[in-house]
Ligand binder design. Structure first.
Ligand SMILES: N[C@H](CCC[C@H](N)C(=O)O)C(=O)O
Length: 290
């Protein structure tokens, strides 16, 4: 039996397993069993909470300034490993704070180790803000086909530590008509796959200097989720890219599970993108690992 806590960020839900000394080896099958919504707890992913010192890949997280004492071992619902989870890192930090394992005061930063590198988290008015780091156009711009979409649409590849393909749709009706119980088809398929976001620009796109979009997402290794933090950031970046230089650096993104904030800002190593939003813990329990 292992102790777990269930948490979510705008409906993107996770099984949190505290393993500070890195004693629990989670297999892909065990993760898939935990995430199964009928035979397990049910979640979009697993967050294993482990001290960086207890992990081989955690060494890099300790080498940075400031060192990241904690490492987020994120897994997708199918058991696959992904580099980064934007909603997940907010839930991860919220768990650390509520469990008394870390503190985060207004104006202070808590560095968290991830497979995409150390990510800085701060408290914010709507919960937490995570600096997802430097973003880039991935160059993987496939054609996207989806059930319920009349014609294939061009996608824009965006990397925010993990891979995304963002597809612009013409209307909320088109967005609602997508049958995302079926995996979208990307042609060509990026090596390693990608999370696929479908977006409708707000009418108007910019209100009071803030960009507004609505989106849905099919997550790599999961399926359609109510929210995907890195996907929300990638979507705002893609829409701003399409809108051109006059587009704002602050965005509000509506997802089925709620609303998240995105902000682009200059940093020493290039432009960064930050994601802000809520994090909730729902319940705790114990579970038999298969
Ligand atoms: N839900 C996560 C994204 C997980 C990405 C994962 N599905 C992948 O394979 O990259 C988020 O909030 O950013």
């Amino acid at each position: 039996m292992v102790a777990f806590t269930k948490g979510h960020g705008t409906g993107n839900d996770f099984v949190i397993i505290a393993d500070p000394d890195g004693e629990i080896e989670l297999s892909a099958e065990q993760v898939a069993a935990l995430c199964d919504r009928h035979f397990g707890i049910g979640a979009d992913g697993v967050l294993r909470v482990v001290r960086s010192a207890a992990l081989p890949e955690g060494a890099a997280a300790l080498a940075e300034e400031p060192a990241a004492e904690w490492f987020m071992d994120y897994r997708n619902a199918d058991g696959s490993i992904a580099e980064m989870c934007g909603n997940g890192v907010r839930v991860f930090v919220h768990y650390l704070v509520r469990a008394g394992l870390a503190t985060i005061e207004p104006g202070t930063t808590l560095p968290i180790g991830t497979r995409a590198g150390v990510r800085d988290v701060t408290s914010s008015a709507n919960g937490y803000q995570v600096d997802l780091g430097r973003w880039r156009l991935s160059g993987d711009d496939p054609l996207a086909k989806a059930r319920g979409l009349e014609v294939a649409r061009p996608g824009l590849g965006i990397d925010v530590g993990n891979p995304h393909v963002v597809v612009a749709l013409a209307s909320e009706e088109e967005l609602a008509g997508l049958e995302l119980e079926y995996i979208p088809e990307l042609d060509p398929t990026p090596a390693g796959g990608a999370n696929v976001e479908f977006v409708v620009p707000g009418e108007p796109l910019v209100r009071d200097g803030i960009g507004h979009v609505t989106m849905r997402v099919f997550e790599r290794g999961v399926g359609e989720t109510l929210s995907c933090g890195t996907g929300v950031a990638a979507t705002a970046l893609a829409v701003r890219h399409w809108a051109g230089a006059a587009a704002p650096d602050n965005w509000r993104v509506d997802v089925p599970g709620g609303t998240l904030g995105v902000r682009m800002f200059p940093a020493e190593d290039g432009e960064h993108v930050a994601l802000s939003g809520p994090a909730q813990l729902v319940y705790s329990g114990t579970v038999d690992l298969i």
